[in-house]
Ligand binder design. Structure first.
Ligand SMILES: Cc1cc2nc3c(=O)[nH]c(=O)nc-3n(C[C@H](O)[C@H](O)[C@H](O)COP(=O)(O)O)c2cc1C
Length: 264
């Protein structure tokens, strides 16, 4: 895929900059809604440390998240900057202050709940679902405290792409699978534009499944490419896709090994 021509690039960027979360006028002043809608993934952090109470509140939000049959099928590996660099031999990603490696964890529940059949896909689905909810609860709690975050699949060996590496480093038992690493800190930059979100109606339907109209998809794709091109000088979107192709192939192989363990 070629780079976008200047006209298309500018058109895409103008749309990105002009996009805002939409709220009914009657709810515009609702703080909780604003916090949810204005959250952005932040990739540059300042050196300001997180207060202990904020960190405790973030973890509490993870602990009390909803889960299937209240099984709480998650574990959180916690790191501050020093702990991360000591453990992984490199700096905590993106200059963040703290990180949580979120794990889908069926191992703990299976120690007390017996008699389930070997059902790795069902377990993985439940584990990923619940751990993702806990992850989002922590992200939202952070946001209400002015603490920014980003969930990462790719952190240079500690995202889910590197599940096998992490399983070994963290000595994970069977049934515990890394799903994402959340980095927390205070943003080093001002407000960020919202990345291209599909418009209302493009992702909903009632009754039978409805295809997103092709022109809406094309418009969104243009914006995605424009945003990428503007943020990554000298690179293009298709080069990134090729890179992810390789990473996904390795991740698939490693995840299969972790998810389809022998049931012991
Ligand atoms: C599970 C998950 C994994 C992600 N992995 C990465 C990643 O590896 N690198 C990155 O820069 N952003 C990553 N992101 C952030 C997304 O790129 C971001 O959520 C998306 O572009 C939408 O932007 P927003 O969060 O500001 O709305 C991830 C997000 C999620 C939910």
């Amino acid at each position: 895929m070629d780079k976008l021509k200047l006209g298309a690039l500018l058109k895409g960027l103008a749309k990105i900059i002009g996009s805002r979360p939409r709220l009914p006028r009657s709810l515009e002043s609702n703080e909780a809604l604003r916090t949810i809608l204005e959250r952005r993934s932040v990739r540059h952090y300042s050196d300001a440390p997180l207060p202990a109470d904020a960190w405790a509140a973030i973890l509490e939000a993870g602990r009390v998240a909803p889960s299937t049959v209240n099984l709480q099928t998650w574990s959180f590996a916690l790191f501050d900057r020093d702990e991360w660099s000591e453990f992984f031999g490199k700096a905590l990603p993106l200059g963040g202050q703290r990180a949580i490696i979120v794990l889908a964890d069926l191992h703990r529940a299976k120690r007390v709940v017996e008699g389930f059949p070997y059902a790795p896909l069902a377990e993985y689905t439940v584990g990923v679902m619940n751990a993702s909810l806990a992850a989002m609860n922590m992200v939202q709690a952070a946001e209400t405290l002015g603490v920014s975050s980003v969930m990462l699949s790719e952190t240079g060996r500690t995202g889910f792409y590197d599940a096998a590496f992490l399983a070994e480093q963290l000595a994970l038992p069977p049934g515990v699978v890394p799903i994402t690493t959340i980095v927390f800190g205070y943003s080093a930059r001002g407000e960020q534009a919202m990345p291209p979100k599909l418009p209302p109606g493009a992702v909903t339907f009632t009754g039978r499944y409805r295809e997103t109209p092709a022109d809406i998809l094309a418009d969104w794709h243009l914006q995605m490419r424009a945003g990428y091109q503007a943020g990554h000088k000298g690179e293009d979107f298709s080069a990134k896709i090729r890179y992810y192709n390789t990473r996904i192939r390795t991740a698939e192989r490693d995840l299969r090994r972790l998810v389809f363990y022998d049931g012991e």
